[in-house]
Design a protein around this ligand. Structure first.
Ligand code: HEC
Length: 155
């Protein structure tokens, strides 16, 4: 009897831990920002890391627009490949754990679209098609920036 009680206690504790992890995965670490957006709470280092990645994204988007204007499909292919490689880089698990599920979804969405941009550019070699895809990719930037902010812990 005693053993069964201990077993149930262990099962209960483990279930609570799992529920906690699940909750964290869905909700992330967030507060409501002053302007009404959702602010993801990161350490200074994590926030700087994400902002650095963001500035890289903006630069790559500019390069993609310029490649399309020049009808330089090889450049489009190069940049798309770079975007895929960059998003494969060392995953910052501590940051991922703090982002809400919708943020993770937008991130996965944009990464999937980088892959399609690359494979379509290789197959179709059509700068107009690629430019349209870039414009659709940028809708993720707009949606995410409209909903989320990054804030530093202990600020
Ligand atoms: C999944 C969400 C998400 C996506 C997708 C996203 N961003 Fe961001 N980005 C953010 C957040 C959050 C911030 C911080 C905004 C704030 O704190 O006000 C940010 C900030 C930035 C900044 C400011 C960097 C700085 O140093 O202050 C730039 C530039 C930027 N993003 C570019 C882009 C571009 C270009 C894209 C699309 C190709 C993009 N982002 C897609 C979430 C996203």
């Amino acid at each position: 009897m005693k053993n069964i009680k201990v077993l149930w206690a262990i099962i209960t504790v483990l279930s609570l831990i799992l529920a906690g992890i699940g909750y964290q995965f869905v909700v992330g670490s967030v507060i409501t920002a002053k302007d009404g957006r959702i602010a993801i709470v990161l350490t200074k280092g994590e926030r700087n890391f994400v902002l650095g990645e963001m500035r890289g994204l903006l630069a790559n988007m500019q390069q993609l627009v310029s490649a399309a204007a020049d009808k330089d499909i090889d450049k489009t292919i190069r940049i798309a490949k770079k975007l895929i490689d960059d998003s494969k880089g060392a995953k910052q698990l501590s940051i991922i754990a703090k982002t809400p599920i919708n943020f993770k979804r937008l991130t996965n969405n944009i990464h999937a679209q980088f892959k399609t941009l690359y494979s379509d550019a290789v197959e179709k070699r059509d700068p107009n098609h690629s430019l349209k895809q870039v414009s659709i990719i940028m809708q993720n930037c707009i949606v995410c920036h409209g909903a989320y902010q990054l804030t530093e812990l202990n600020k």
